[in-house]
Design a protein around this ligand. Structure first.
Ligand SMILES: [Cu+2]
Length: 226
Protein backbone atom coordinates (compact mmCIF):
# COMPACT_ATOMS: atom_id res chain seq x y z
CA UNK A 1 0.00 0.00 0.00
CA UNK A 2 1.34 3.42 -0.89
CA UNK A 3 1.68 5.63 2.13
CA UNK A 4 -0.10 8.97 2.12
CA UNK A 5 3.26 10.71 2.53
CA UNK A 6 4.59 9.23 -0.70
CA UNK A 7 1.44 10.23 -2.53
CA UNK A 8 1.80 13.75 -1.29
CA UNK A 9 5.43 13.95 -2.41
CA UNK A 10 4.44 12.64 -5.80
CA UNK A 11 1.71 15.24 -6.12
CA UNK A 12 4.07 18.03 -5.06
CA UNK A 13 6.66 16.90 -7.60
CA UNK A 14 4.03 16.75 -10.31
CA UNK A 15 2.81 20.26 -9.50
CA UNK A 16 6.40 21.49 -9.47
CA UNK A 17 7.15 19.93 -12.87
CA UNK A 18 3.95 21.27 -14.41
CA UNK A 19 4.62 24.66 -12.87
CA UNK A 20 8.17 24.92 -14.12
CA UNK A 21 7.04 24.29 -17.68
CA UNK A 22 3.74 26.09 -17.85
CA UNK A 23 4.29 29.18 -15.72
CA UNK A 24 7.68 30.74 -16.19
CA UNK A 25 6.48 34.24 -16.73
CA UNK A 26 7.84 37.05 -14.62
CA UNK A 27 5.92 40.26 -14.16
CA UNK A 28 8.16 43.24 -13.49
CA UNK A 29 6.53 46.43 -12.31
CA UNK A 30 8.27 49.80 -12.24
CA UNK A 31 6.83 52.16 -9.67
CA UNK A 32 7.58 55.87 -9.72
CA UNK A 33 6.35 58.94 -7.89
CA UNK A 34 4.74 62.04 -9.41
CA UNK A 35 8.15 63.39 -10.47
CA UNK A 36 9.15 60.09 -12.09
CA UNK A 37 11.61 59.08 -9.34
CA UNK A 38 11.68 55.38 -8.30
CA UNK A 39 9.28 54.67 -5.46
CA UNK A 40 10.22 51.94 -2.95
CA UNK A 41 7.81 50.29 -0.46
CA UNK A 42 4.88 50.06 -2.88
CA UNK A 43 2.99 46.78 -3.18
CA UNK A 44 2.02 45.35 -6.55
CA UNK A 45 -0.48 42.47 -6.52
CA UNK A 46 -1.94 40.45 -9.39
CA UNK A 47 -5.53 39.27 -9.07
CA UNK A 48 -6.92 36.54 -11.32
CA UNK A 49 -10.65 36.28 -12.08
CA UNK A 50 -10.53 32.59 -11.25
CA UNK A 51 -7.93 31.81 -8.58
CA UNK A 52 -6.27 28.40 -8.90
CA UNK A 53 -3.97 26.14 -6.88
CA UNK A 54 -2.74 28.62 -4.33
CA UNK A 55 0.40 27.47 -2.52
CA UNK A 56 0.49 27.49 1.29
CA UNK A 57 0.71 30.77 3.13
CA UNK A 58 4.16 31.41 4.61
CA UNK A 59 4.74 33.05 7.99
CA UNK A 60 6.31 36.49 8.21
CA UNK A 61 8.17 38.73 10.65
CA UNK A 62 7.89 42.44 11.48
CA UNK A 63 10.90 43.36 13.61
CA UNK A 64 11.33 46.32 15.88
CA UNK A 65 14.84 47.71 15.75
CA UNK A 66 16.24 51.11 16.78
CA UNK A 67 12.70 52.26 17.61
CA UNK A 68 11.49 51.58 14.08
CA UNK A 69 9.49 48.87 12.41
CA UNK A 70 11.71 46.77 10.16
CA UNK A 71 10.74 46.52 7.37
CA UNK A 72 8.85 49.81 7.17
CA UNK A 73 6.35 48.07 4.87
CA UNK A 74 5.56 44.35 5.00
CA UNK A 75 3.37 42.84 2.30
CA UNK A 76 1.72 39.52 3.19
CA UNK A 77 -0.95 37.23 1.90
CA UNK A 78 -4.27 36.94 3.67
CA UNK A 79 -4.13 34.54 6.66
CA UNK A 80 -0.39 35.03 7.13
CA UNK A 81 0.80 34.69 10.71
CA UNK A 82 3.16 37.58 11.58
CA UNK A 83 5.52 37.62 14.56
CA UNK A 84 6.64 40.91 16.09
CA UNK A 85 10.03 40.28 17.76
CA UNK A 86 11.48 43.28 19.55
CA UNK A 87 15.26 43.59 18.98
CA UNK A 88 15.58 46.73 21.12
CA UNK A 89 16.59 46.79 24.78
CA UNK A 90 13.51 48.85 25.55
CA UNK A 91 9.89 47.73 25.53
CA UNK A 92 7.38 48.52 22.79
CA UNK A 93 3.60 48.38 22.76
CA UNK A 94 2.55 47.70 19.20
CA UNK A 95 -1.01 48.37 18.09
CA UNK A 96 -3.22 49.09 15.11
CA UNK A 97 -6.65 50.66 14.82
CA UNK A 98 -6.97 49.91 11.09
CA UNK A 99 -10.25 48.26 10.07
CA UNK A 100 -8.34 45.39 8.39
CA UNK A 101 -6.82 44.40 11.77
CA UNK A 102 -7.32 45.95 15.17
CA UNK A 103 -4.93 44.59 17.76
CA UNK A 104 -2.65 45.55 20.59
CA UNK A 105 0.38 43.70 21.93
CA UNK A 106 1.12 44.18 25.60
CA UNK A 107 4.28 46.06 26.56
CA UNK A 108 7.10 43.62 25.84
CA UNK A 109 10.57 43.03 24.53
CA UNK A 110 12.25 39.97 23.06
CA UNK A 111 10.25 37.26 21.34
CA UNK A 112 7.41 37.05 23.84
CA UNK A 113 4.53 38.42 21.81
CA UNK A 114 2.19 35.91 20.20
CA UNK A 115 1.96 36.01 16.40
CA UNK A 116 -1.01 37.83 14.86
CA UNK A 117 -2.93 36.33 11.93
CA UNK A 118 -3.86 38.91 9.29
CA UNK A 119 -7.14 37.54 7.98
CA UNK A 120 -8.54 40.56 6.14
CA UNK A 121 -7.12 42.17 3.01
CA UNK A 122 -6.20 45.84 3.28
CA UNK A 123 -3.86 48.34 4.88
CA UNK A 124 -2.86 47.91 8.52
CA UNK A 125 -1.05 50.96 9.95
CA UNK A 126 1.12 50.09 12.94
CA UNK A 127 2.07 52.32 15.84
CA UNK A 128 3.72 52.05 19.24
CA UNK A 129 2.06 53.53 22.30
CA UNK A 130 5.45 54.46 23.78
CA UNK A 131 7.24 55.85 20.72
CA UNK A 132 5.21 58.20 18.53
CA UNK A 133 7.71 58.11 15.68
CA UNK A 134 7.37 54.36 15.21
CA UNK A 135 5.15 53.98 12.16
CA UNK A 136 4.96 50.91 9.95
CA UNK A 137 2.56 49.19 7.60
CA UNK A 138 1.39 45.69 6.89
CA UNK A 139 -0.42 45.43 3.61
CA UNK A 140 -2.54 42.28 3.27
CA UNK A 141 -3.29 40.95 -0.23
CA UNK A 142 -5.66 38.16 -1.19
CA UNK A 143 -3.49 36.59 -3.89
CA UNK A 144 -0.22 34.62 -3.98
CA UNK A 145 1.22 36.88 -6.72
CA UNK A 146 2.59 40.03 -5.20
CA UNK A 147 5.85 41.90 -4.57
CA UNK A 148 7.13 45.05 -2.91
CA UNK A 149 9.08 47.64 -4.87
CA UNK A 150 12.78 47.98 -3.98
CA UNK A 151 14.94 51.11 -3.84
CA UNK A 152 14.88 51.19 -7.66
CA UNK A 153 11.08 51.15 -7.67
CA UNK A 154 11.16 47.64 -9.11
CA UNK A 155 8.75 44.90 -8.00
CA UNK A 156 9.34 41.43 -9.41
CA UNK A 157 6.61 38.77 -9.32
CA UNK A 158 7.97 35.39 -10.44
CA UNK A 159 6.23 32.23 -11.70
CA UNK A 160 2.97 33.81 -12.70
CA UNK A 161 0.68 31.37 -14.57
CA UNK A 162 -0.58 32.47 -17.97
CA UNK A 163 -3.82 34.42 -17.90
CA UNK A 164 -5.32 37.86 -17.61
CA UNK A 165 -4.88 39.64 -14.29
CA UNK A 166 -5.83 42.83 -12.61
CA UNK A 167 -2.61 44.44 -11.36
CA UNK A 168 -3.18 46.66 -8.34
CA UNK A 169 -0.81 49.06 -6.68
CA UNK A 170 -0.81 50.12 -3.05
CA UNK A 171 1.33 52.70 -1.34
CA UNK A 172 1.07 53.96 2.26
CA UNK A 173 -1.55 56.68 2.49
CA UNK A 174 -2.56 56.52 -1.18
CA UNK A 175 -6.20 55.66 -1.72
CA UNK A 176 -6.54 52.31 -3.50
CA UNK A 177 -9.23 53.81 -5.72
CA UNK A 178 -6.92 56.52 -7.08
CA UNK A 179 -6.77 56.64 -10.86
CA UNK A 180 -4.10 54.54 -12.58
CA UNK A 181 -3.46 52.25 -9.63
CA UNK A 182 -5.23 49.32 -11.25
CA UNK A 183 -4.51 48.01 -14.73
CA UNK A 184 -5.20 44.88 -16.71
CA UNK A 185 -2.23 42.70 -17.64
CA UNK A 186 -2.05 39.72 -20.00
CA UNK A 187 0.50 37.11 -19.00
CA UNK A 188 1.69 34.64 -21.64
CA UNK A 189 3.05 31.14 -20.92
CA UNK A 190 6.65 32.37 -20.94
CA UNK A 191 8.76 35.48 -21.09
CA UNK A 192 8.52 38.69 -19.09
CA UNK A 193 5.83 41.33 -18.79
CA UNK A 194 6.62 44.90 -17.81
CA UNK A 195 4.19 47.21 -16.04
CA UNK A 196 4.51 50.86 -15.14
CA UNK A 197 2.81 52.54 -12.23
CA UNK A 198 3.03 56.20 -11.38
CA UNK A 199 1.71 57.34 -8.05
CA UNK A 200 0.32 60.82 -8.53
CA UNK A 201 0.02 61.58 -4.83
CA UNK A 202 2.81 63.23 -2.81
CA UNK A 203 6.08 61.31 -2.99
CA UNK A 204 6.37 61.01 0.78
CA UNK A 205 3.99 58.84 2.78
CA UNK A 206 1.07 60.97 3.93
CA UNK A 207 -0.32 58.53 6.45
CA UNK A 208 0.19 59.55 10.03
CA UNK A 209 0.24 57.53 13.19
CA UNK A 210 -3.29 56.50 14.03
CA UNK A 211 -4.77 58.34 16.97
CA UNK A 212 -4.82 56.33 20.17
CA UNK A 213 -8.08 55.96 22.03
CA UNK A 214 -6.74 58.32 24.67
CA UNK A 215 -5.90 60.93 22.04
CA UNK A 216 -9.36 60.59 20.53
CA UNK A 217 -10.94 61.16 23.94
CA UNK A 218 -8.96 64.32 24.61
CA UNK A 219 -8.81 65.68 21.09
CA UNK A 220 -9.44 69.41 21.30
CA UNK A 221 -11.52 71.19 18.68
CA UNK A 222 -9.53 73.40 16.33
CA UNK A 223 -9.41 77.12 17.16
CA UNK A 224 -10.93 77.90 13.77
CA UNK A 225 -13.82 75.53 14.24
CA UNK A 226 -17.22 77.24 14.34
CU1 LIG B 1 8.01 51.59 21.01
Amino acid sequence: MRSPIHSRYFLTLLLFLCGSHASATTVRAHVSDASGAPLPDAAVALYAPTPTNFPDVANAVMDQRDKQFDPHVLVVRKNTSVRFPNKDDIRHQVYSFSPAKRFELRLYHGQLANPIVFDTAGEVALGCNIHDKMIGYIYVVDTPWFAKSDSQGSALIANVPAGTYSARLWYPGVMPTAAGLEQSVKVAASGEVTLNFQVGAPATPTATKPESELQQLFRRPSKNAP
